[in-house]
Design a protein around this ligand. Structure first.
Ligand SMILES: Cc1cc2nc3c(=O)[nH]c(=O)nc-3n(C[C@H](O)[C@H](O)[C@H](O)COP(=O)(O)O)c2cc1C
Ligand code: SF4
Length: 436
């Protein structure tokens, strides 16, 4: 292991220095040395092995091992290969990729160069969320700088390797962040997710082998090449290497993005880093991984925030959008906000999602407005169960999982609304916290 023994942050260390957003500032911190090392001194398969050793799990939501994904690209295929950077960042509660693009765009570009080299892609696209215009402009400027310096284009670092990176403005829909919906959108079509298999590694963009990676996933790659995969792996937990950007929002004193070792406990993130629950109130619930992750009760947050531990705890790390809810939160209203989002964002291809998501919303609204009967909570569970696992993409699951967890864990609030046509929380506290 040749990395520093004590590190407080990796990506976020660049954010402390505003100059690091420019090429000059990035170079002053050793920028593009990892890409130079990979392209001039390592074979593509060595790069993949190093990333495998790092236990770098995809930061876009599913946590798939990055090195393994890269290794699925058929090296002997005569077709062009593509790297696609998923910068669509639309999962409610998630706002980390924005920071990378704005404050350390060259980290992403350098990571993309290394990844593209590893899979033998000569063209890469960065698909940026439609609403993130400032990020897009910042990336375009950083790409211009990288081309001028010879880090992109023909014969990079004097090698025979060529790479072009293009920025593509997203279509303004959550579903365009689903990797195959994204590919459709990039091809100029409506972002309808594709049935898998085949997976993009073999049949991806323009039906060619393609790797899709999240912004944060790629931004960690230069550190792995610079200091070694084993070093990166040692920073996190078993099978969950490195550091992680946690986005904390909701009812905390200091919302923000915190970079911490993978597996830091949820309680530590919320209490020590985000300052704990605001206004001296008590904690009620936490969504640990963006709005699609099952909610945890206050007594369930002593859990390492990594992919495996949170799955074991019945939720998921997802995109690490940690949404904190205080004791004055009405869980029925909070679920309405989430259900509304998924009903709105369903692309409509699969019946369970297209019909089920709005039905779930309708039921939760009926409960809120005193129009429901006592059968509703069980009916909601049944509808959600029937969406789960029966759709083309994971948006169906994302619509179902919050319902299952909110209703099961906070059932009494749903029942109270139905029986008394009033909010139990509002009665007890004289008001409710804003669920947005
Ligand atoms: C409905 C839906 C929306 C998604 N949105 C995003 C997104 O905005 N950004 C992202 O990186 N991944 C998103 N994903 C996950 C991607 O499909 C894909 O797993 C990810 O980009 C792969 O990169 P990674 O392996 O580096 O995590 C979404 C998935 C689903 C089902
Ligand atoms: S699950 Fe929903 S969003 Fe995904 S393809 Fe089916 S209808 Fe579209």
């Amino acid at each position: 292991m040749n990395g520093p023994s004590e590190v407080r942050s990796l990506i976020a260390s660049y954010w402390e220095d505003p100059a690091a957003a420019s090429l000059a500032g990035y170079l002053a911190r050793g920028g593009y040395e990892a890409a130079r090392q990979a392209l001039t001194a390592m074979k593509p398969e060595d790069v993949i092995e190093e990333v495998k050793r790092a236990n770098l799990r995809g930061r876009g939501g599913a946590g798939f091992p990055a090195g393994l994904k890269w290794s699925f690209v058929p090296r002997t295929s005569p077709k062009p290969k593509y790297l696609v950077v998923n910068a669509d960042e639309s999962e409610p509660g998630t706002f980390k990729d924005k920071y990378i693009m704005l404050r350390s765009p060259h980290l992403l570009i350098e990571g993309a160069i290394i990844a593209a080299y590893a899979i033998d892609a000569r063209v890469a696209y960065i698909y940026v969320r439609g609403e993130y215009d400032v990020c897009r402009l910042r990336l375009e400027e950083a790409l211009r700088e990288a081309y001028e310096a010879g880090f992109l284009g023909r014969g990079i670092f004097g090698t025979a390797y060529d790479l072009d990176i293009y920025v593509h403005k997203g279509a303004g829909a959550y579903i365009a962040g689903e990797e195959t919906g994204l590919l459709e959108s990039l091809e100029g079509k409506r972002a309808y997710p594709r049935i898998k298999p085949p997976f993009p590694a073999t049949v991806g963009l323009f039906r060619c082998p393609t790797v899709i990676n999240n912004v944060e996933t790629l931004a960690y790659v230069p550190f792995i090449i610079r200091h070694g995969g084993a070093w990166f792996a040692s920073l996190g937990t078993e099978r969950n290497g490195g550091f992680k950007l946690y986005c904390v929002s909701g009812h905390v004193r200091r919302p923000g993005v915190y970079e911490l070792p993978m597996g830091t406990s949820l309680r530590t993130i919320i209490e020590d880093h985000a300052g704990g629950v605001w206004q001296d109130r008590r904690l009620k619930a936490v969504i640990p991984g963006g709005s699609s992750a099952p909610v945890l009760r206050a007594d369930e947050i002593d859990v390492p925030a990594d992919f495996d531990a949170l799955a074991k705890a019945g939720s998921m790390l997802g995109s690490a959008g940690i949404v904190v809810m205080d004791e004055m939160t009405c869980m029925v209203r909070a679920l309405e906000v989430i259900a509304d989002f998924y009903a709105d964002e369903s692309c409509g291809q699969c019946t369970p999602c297209r019909e089920g998501a709005p039905w779930l919303l309708e039921m939760v609204q009926d409960i809120l407005h005193g129009r429901a009967d006592p059968s509703y909570p069980d009916l909601m569970l049944q509808v959600a169960q029937n969406i789960l696992g029966r759709t083309i993409c994971a948006l169906g699951d994302a619509a179902a999982l919050p319902v299952l967890s909110f209703v099961r864990k906070f059932r009494s609030e749903f029942d109270y609304h139905i029986e008394y046509k009033r909010c139990d929380v509002e009665e007890r506290y004289g008001g409710v916290s804003n669920p947005d």
